[in-house]
Design a protein around this ligand. Structure first.
Ligand code: ZN
Length: 136
């Protein structure tokens, strides 16, 4: 595997399971056992009911483009060869919204509400980044 030079997420005690599931190509988020709310980003407490009890529920990986922007400038040297690239906000079928890259299509083909599904980019042995591609 070629060295990965872009910034990597920092794994900590709270996010370790999220990244471990990503490494297995499973998109899992915390589901509150008390009220059923699925939350993201990772948090020790439910923002809806303040319960501390949660389980890691497996999501469908499907959603739609809620918003996106096109980066034409590299804000980190490792992105010089990537521009222009897309950062989108994906609204997952289960409710949470997450920022990610939209890949596997031309920029001009991306539309708001376009159905997408997760794909995992294995960038290091520890980190697989969830990204989204159009549903084919
Ligand atoms: Zn809750």
């Amino acid at each position: 595997m070629a060295p990965y030079e872009k910034p990597l997420p920092v794994i900590n005690e709270d996010t370790a399971l999220y990244w471990e599931y990503s490494r297995r190509h499973e998109l899992r988020m915390q589901k509150c056992i008390a009220c059923g709310n699925i939350r993201f980003p990772v948090s020790i407490v439910c923002p809806e009911c303040h319960s501390l009890d949660a389980e890691w529920t497996k999501l469908s990986g499907k959603g739609k483009v809620y918003s996106y922007i096109v980066f034409h400038q590299a804000y980190h040297p490792s992105y010089v060869n990537e521009i222009p690239y897309i950062v989108g906000i994906i609204e997952l079928d289960e409710g949470p919204r997450m920022e990610s890259n939209i890949v596997g299509c031309d920029i001009e083909d991306i539309t708001i509400d376009m159905p997408v599904e997760v794909v995992f980019d294995d960038v290091t042995e520890e980190i697989s980044l969830p990204k989204f591609k159009p549903v084919s």
